[in-house]
Design a binder for this molecule. Structure first.
Ligand code: GAL
Length: 829
């Protein structure tokens, strides 16, 4: 067992795993676990062709190109004002795409079960193996698998898999969906007696500091034509160390599934928390005649939590405010094709800001996101749907609701329920049916399904505010106003009252819903362009008036000032909502719309805008200023952040804001002369000076009890002269997946960021790798994210470099007219 464990932990080196597939053979060593699931991402052929609908015709086509999945073909296209996907879909086209791949399966595997696993294909995928139809899956966000065994050729003969992906009916999404096999693909090979798909369920019914009871429900599938006697052993590990194990003998009928229950205890458990996300693993081994025939690993965490009516969210006995953000699934310039490092980077940037929660709006995320949240410590709200039967866009999932919702929800629950990072299930976002009794009936059905598969987490729905938002003062308690209360909120179906926006009502929650705790499922929807400022900031602007009204009163080029002053009419400034959530213990927390900008759903909802302005961080991953407000409130870091930049017209009145913490005052100096000391009063979250601009240096000093805490300075930049490249990591893995995110700063001769520079930058790369994305975070840019040149936004740009499978030096050069070029070396090893 010891050796096995070691092997198990490290797994096969990825390259070897890929190699097994590339060589066209699934022949393997005798380790049941290590080869159970191997990557099937490389060397697919792809053909985008809207006119070929039928697989036999596509089979004769010669216009295939080779690529690796995850792949998103929409991101490769041009922004198109007339795109049927609309501005909501990021003005990028869908279409009909075909994928195929040829592979061999070892003769020895003919006695086994070989399945193909898709983690997500957007959308309406259909799959054939060697001409046999395996099935269809409309939902683009859920994983699914097909048993290919009966139709495979074993030994030297080739197999061909064909996948049709139909994202041609548009619009079908309110945001950019991406198109294609946009998540990982795997081949799973098991004995005919094996743990079923998503076949384990690990719970920790009782957790104390001394002891945790751990319960396993394991579904074993027997695909043999004879019944089998077997032993099922589940062993808990903490890293490499065996903690405890439990064994049971079973007899399982031919072609049958059997679910067994096992229980054990972990003494002095090391609890999973946001700060220390400690994981255990459970290894299920099925043995027949003392030979292990299947091994299956499930990561889990031991933690105890509840949502309390008065104290909000309690984790391991401690109150934890949920400081969450909503994220869509796209990865900015990489589109919707998932990449683990890119997701990890997003989460790292969020963690730096102090975020401890992620809402997977509005659909099941890539499994890798949940794995990362488990490891990094986030409180996840895992959401199932953006609509039920009633559609929001003409061709969306509402059309598939009747036939598929039950299976999709069950599969999400089975897939995700072992993740310790998940604390809340959301059965939907702003579902139109919430307003009628039919919606309550649907919610009851979804709640019953959810509770059947997981009773350990509360259930909510991200409702619209349970009051009539047209009433001027939504601040008032429901009982005192003649307001319509949302039937779903009133129905008692939900364990947690969750609604989006209307922060003015939160304080009255306990009066309005005395028996149900609260979570702000979605908040804020502030709007900002990174690095762009209206110099005089202090009037709150609601922009635009509503989705359907054309926006006329904004800034040239659809820019939005990055002071925290512009909001949607249904949302708030960042400060306004946080102030309320912060104030009351019974408000368990919030998920801000959104952590990152995402493609599509621009506000204003009009050309030339093609990506959202909601993010606290822009599409490239560069923080907007309000990031530091949260950092000053949500982290232990000492923060002093002043903005805007210091390049204005002589004499122009400019508002300077500072976010700070751990200090009782900030003094600002312009060219060495004090322009005043400011202190936050009451629940203030920033201070401000209104001063006439004078070129030079603006310096801020924060002080506590008269002693300097921090100093920071911004200077007037001269003409742009230099490019500076900074890689987030200059050593990456030579695995064909890893990424280095390189920031380009445009600087003046003295090294000051040129805050208005918008030079076009050309990139070139030498070595075994490729440029896979370029982006400035500009919501109105129509340059391709997939090109090798891009125009900077306010002095900054991002270029993403991906390794090849060969080790070596990658030399990235950036050039722009009139600026000195820059080069950086990244090592792939
Ligand atoms: C919410 C919705 C989100 C997004 C957001 C924009 O109402 O749930 O998906 O559209 O508005 O402010």
């Amino acid at each position: 067992m010891k050796n096995k464990r070691k092997y198990f932990n490290n797994g096969l080196p990825l390259l070897m795993l890929i190699g097994i597939i590339l060589l066209g053979s699934c022949s393997k060593k005798e380790d049941a676990f290590a080869n159970r699931k191997v990557s099937f991402n490389s060397d697919w052929s792809f053909h985008l062709n809207d006119s070929i609908q039928d697989k036999d015709t596509i089979g004769t086509s010669t216009k295939w190109r080779t690529l690796n999945v995850p792949h998103d073909w929409s991101i490769e296209g041009n922004f198109d004002e007339k795109s049927l996907a609309g501005y909501g879909g990021g003005a990028l086209n869908g279409g009909l795409g075909w994928y195929k791949k040829t592979f061999k399966v070892a003769a020895a595997d003919s006695s086994k079960v070989t399945s193909i696993i898709f983690d997500g294909v957007y959308k309406d995928s259909e799959v054939w193996i060697n001409g046999h139809y395996l099935g269809k899956r409309p939902n683009g966000y859920i994983g699914f698998q097909y048993d290919m065994s009966p139709y495979l050729n074993y030994g030297d003969k080739n197999n061909e898999i064909i996948v049709k992906v139909d994202n041609s009916k548009q619009p079908n999404s309110r945001w950019y969906s991406g198109s294609g096999i946009f998540r990982n693909v795997w081949i799973e090979t098991t004995d005919k007696l094996h743990v079923a798909q998503w076949g384990t369920y690990v719970t920790t019914p009782k957790v104390t500091a001394e002891k945790a009871s751990v319960s396993f429900e394991t579904t074993i599938q027997n695909q043999n034509t004879a019944s089998k006697k077997a032993t099922v052993t589940t062993t808990i590990f903490k890293e490499d160390t065996k903690v405890t194990s439990v064994t049971q003998n079973i007899t399982i009928g031919a072609n049958a599934n059997q679910t067994i229950k096992q229980e054990t205890q972990v003494e002095t458990p090391i609890l999973w928390s946001v700060e220390k996300p400690e994981l255990y693993s459970a290894v299920t081994e099925i043995s027949v005649d003392d030979k292990i025939v299947d091994q299956y690993k499930t990561n889990f965490g031991i933690r105890d939590f509840k949502f309390d009516l008065d104290k909000g969210f309690i984790l391991n006995g401690k109150q934890v405010k949920i400081k969450g953000v909503c994220l869509h699934h796209d990865l900015g310039p990489l589109g919707a094709a998932i990449n683990t490092r890119a997701i990890e980077r997003q989460l790292e940037i969020m963690k730096e800001m102090g975020v401890n929660g992620i809402r997977t709006s509005h659909n099941p995320p890539a499994p890798e996101l949940l794995d990362l949240c488990d490891k990094m410590g986030f409180i996840v709200m895992d959401e199932a749907f953006d609509m039920w039967k009633q559609t929001k866009t003409k061709y969306d999932y509402g059309n598939d609701w009747d036939k598929w919702h039950k299976k999709d929800l069950i599969d999400q629950l089975l897939r995700d329920r072992n993740h310790p990072s998940i604390f809340v299930w959301s059965i939907g976002n702003e579902i139109p049916e919430q307003w009628n009794e039919n919606g309550v009936a649907i919610a009851k059905e979804l709640a019953a399904i959810t509770r059947q598969y997981d009773k350990t987490r509360p259930l909510t729905a991200a409702m619209n505010p349970p009051v009539n938002m047209n009433i001027d003062a939504v601040t008032l308690q429901f009982e005192k106003k003649n307001v319509s209360i949302n039937p779903l909120a009133a129905s008692g179906v939900l364990d947690l009252i969750g609604y989006n926006y209307a922060h003015q009502t939160y304080e009255h929650h306990q009066k309005n819903f005395p028996n149900t705790p609260f979570i702000a499922t979605e908040t804020t929807s502030g709007l900002q362009t990174r690095g762009y400022y209206d110099a005089v900031s202090d009037t709150i602007k609601k922009w635009p008036v509503s989705w359907d009204k054309k926006f006329t009163g904004g800034n040239p080029g659809n820019t939005v000032s990055a002071y925290d002053q512009v909001q949607t009419p249904w949302g708030s400034t960042h400060e306004a909502t946080w102030k309320v959530i912060k104030k009351h213990d019974f408000l368990s927390g919030m998920y801000i719309w959104t952590g990152f900008d995402y493609i599509g759903e621009p506000t204003p909802y009009e050309w030339p805008s093609i990506s959202s302005y909601f993010g606290i961080v822009d599409l490239a991953g560069f923080p907007k200023d309000v990031y530091y407000m949260y950092q000053s409130e949500w982290t232990d870091k000492t923060v002093l952040h002043i903005f805007p930049h210091w390049n204005w017209k002589a004499g122009q009145t400019v508002d300077v804001w500072a976010y700070y913490n751990k200090a009782d005052e900030v003094e600002l100096f312009l060219n060495g002369k004090s322009v005043g000391v400011r202190s936050k009063k009451g629940d203030d979250l920033h201070v401000m000076w209104r001063i006439p601009f004078q070129p030079g240096a603006l310096k801020a000093i924060s002080r506590k009890n008269g002693k300097t805490v921090l100093e920071t300075e911004i200077k007037t930049a001269g003409n742009p002269e230099n490019l500076k490249l900074t890689a987030d990591r200059s050593n990456i893995k030579a695995d064909g997946n890893d990424l280095s995110f390189v920031t380009v700063d445009i600087l003046d001769a003295k090294g000051t960021l040129a805050p208005n520079a918008n030079n076009e930058i050309n990139f070139s790369l030498k070595g075994n790798g490729r440029i896979v994305g370029v982006c400035s975070g500009d919501p109105v840019s129509h340059e391709s994210y997939k090109g090798s040149k891009h125009t900077a936004l306010n002095g900054k740009c991002l270029v993403i470099v991906q390794s090849d499978t060969k080790t070596g030096r990658l030399e990235l050069t950036a050039k722009a007219n009139g600026l000195k070029p820059a080069t950086i070396v990244i090592t792939a090893e």
